[in-house]
Ligand binder design. Structure first.
Ligand code: NAP
Ligand code: MG
Length: 490
């Protein structure tokens, strides 16, 4: 520790961080009482409905449809109609125009979308506003650019669209995952039926409004809402040519089994248990910010979250000390407050899962730390948590918690770091923190992860492919690679 660090080390952290409330205006969003399914450009009155809530208060927001197999069938037919009657033959430059329009409308309406995303999902408005919305628009802009250049993206391969894509997305980044799915599918000339997650359907339903505003031909984008049964119906439907799924490894495996031998195409983007590896020459203060961003961003509801911290033993003490002090400054609370760092847990089910895994960590012998913070009484909340003294065999080191919970392990040599980092059934992402460029390159080669971040974490760009190894799935989204699953080649 340098003299300067020692001094800073002793500087008292203010015990109280009082900020005046800075709420984003909720009335930017006009909710309807009841939503149907969006099929063939029209709202289809649903047979069954359920209430979708605000997880930060448990207040119901609206009634949405629980699509039956018949309703899924109508959506798939509408998508097929649109595919055969125009969309696949339209000039690629025309297709691009629609995507550019959607991107611009998302930008224009980004505040409205951001508020809705935070209301329905519990994530801090700062994140919906600064991450989810700009990246969603960027995805449409990016793939709009490819729509009329497919022949150049895949030279001498004569690309053509696959047909109707069934797309199933999770609740952690509802609109962003929708954009990751719909933008490349449309750019490649496909039509889609998309099912948002049961707990977060509202931004996908507002997106239908954008589709209309952009005057996209009816049936090119269809949205059916509902729980896993609706998803299973979509997977089974014979009129679907391709399934794109993002969600849990368990459901991903079930879909894989279901589709074996059917000839339907499949891409899976599943869970993760990423290692964030901090070497002794890393810039510690920056690393602490990267660790916090890696695991507390979006309450840890992130498939590529840096949920296993691997710290070189010689710096473990000062690093963990800095991390704990940083945690004390995180503000947990109202997702619509612009000062909030950590919002609400997405659902009771997810909260129960987090609590169960955290209890297992304590039972197995890990040491728990949570900063003092007052959690709201209503709604689903969990304090930012760090576990030290974690052994590789513990459940909290093996299983995806999908919450604001970090498990810390240590290592002595780069070999040991690689071995521990790769000791997981997953392989989605990893982080490396070091001053040495050569070490970054050496680690990136040896880590079995689809994405490796160096001296940063959770950075996304539509031009950069994203996807996993092993039980984290297969296929890539983003970049030129992200077009390939939506194309056939002669
Ligand atoms: P999930 O059940 O796999 O949800 C993903 C999507 O698949 C949702 O739209 C879901 O609908 C739907 N679905 C559920 N069962 C299905 C089935 N049999 N056939 C087709 N689609 C089906 O995941 P979850 O329940 O939201 O969360 C469980 C765990 O998954 C989390 O704790 C986390 O570990 C992991 N997860 C990973 C990611 C990721 O980005 N890789 C994202 C979310 C969750 P419902 O909304 O009704 O379930
Ligand atoms: Mg589920």
């Amino acid at each position: 520790m340098t003299e300067l660090e020692r001094k800073r080390d002793r500087a008292p952290v203010p015990s109280q961080w009082d900020y005046a409330p800075a709420p984003e205006a909720r009335d930017l969003v006009q909710l309807r009482e009841r939503y149907g399914h969006f099929v063939g450009g029209e709202w289809l009155e649903p047979k069954e409905t359920y209430a979708t809530i605000d997880p930060s208060t448990e207040e119901p927001l609206a009634e949405v449809g629980q699509a039956t197999n018949e309703e899924v069938d109508l959506a798939v037919r509408a998508a097929r109609d649109a595919f055969t009657n125009g969309w696949s033959d339209i000039s690629p430059a025309e297709r691009a125009k629609y995507l550019f329009r959607i991107a611009r409308i998302l930008q224009e309406r980004s505040r409205e979308f951001a508020v809705l995303e935070s209301l329905n999902g519990g994530k801090p408005i700062r994140e919906s506003r600064d991450v989810d919305l700009p990246l969603s628009a960027a995805h449409f802009f990016y793939y709009a650019g490819w729509a009329d250049k497919l022949e150049y993206a895949f030279p001498n391969r004569k690309p053509r669209p696959v047909g109707v894509a069934g797309q199933i997305v999770p609740w952690n980044f509802p609109l962003l995952m929708l954009s990751w799915k719909i933008a490349p599918a449309l750019a490649a000339g496909n039509t889609v039926v998309l099912k948002p997650a049961e707990t977060t359907p509202l931004s996908a339903l507002l997106f239908c409004d954008v589709v209309r505003q952009a005057e996209l031909p009816p049936g090119v984008v269809n949205i059916v809402t509902g729980d896993g049964r609706t998803g299973a119906g979509l997977v089974k439907h014979e009129g679907v040519d391709k399934i794109a799924f993002t969600g849990s490894t368990e459901v991903g495996k079930a879909i894989h089994r279901e589709l074996a031998g059917t000839g339907k195409r499949l891409t899976l983007e599943l869970g993760g248990k990423a290692a964030n590896v901090i070497f002794d020459d890393a810039a510690l203060d920056q690393a602490v910010e990267g660790i916090v961003n890696g695991i507390y961003f979006n309450q840890g509801h992130v498939c590529c979250a840096g949920s296993r911290l691997l710290v070189q033993e010689s710096i473990s003490e000062p690093l963990i000390g800095k991390l704990k002090r940083r945690l004390e400054t995180l503000r947990v609370g109202d997702p619509l407050d612009k000062n909030t760092d950590v919002g609400a847990i997405n659902s009771r089910q997810q909260l129960d899962k987090i609590k169960e895994l955290v209890a297992s960590g304590e039972e197995e012998g890990a040491e728990i730390y949570q900063p003092p913070c007052r959690l709201p009484e209503k709604g689903y909340w969990f304090a930012p948590t760090v576990f030290t003294n974690v052994a590789q065999s513990y459940r909290i080191a093996q299983e995806e918690i999908f919450g604001p919970v970090l498990s810390v392990l240590t290592f002595r040599t780069p070999d040991e770091a690689v071995e521990k980092a790769n000791n997981t059934p997953y392989g989605l992402s990893a982080g490396v923190w070091t001053e040495k460029g050569s070490r970054i390159l050496a680690m990136a080669q040896r880590l079995r992860a689809g994405v490796v971040w160096a001296n940063t974490y959770n950075r996304f760009d539509p031009a950069s492919p994203f996807g996993g190894y092993k039980e984290s799935g297969y296929g890539r989204e983003g970049g030129r690679h992200g077009l390939e699953p939506y194309l056939e080649f002669e």
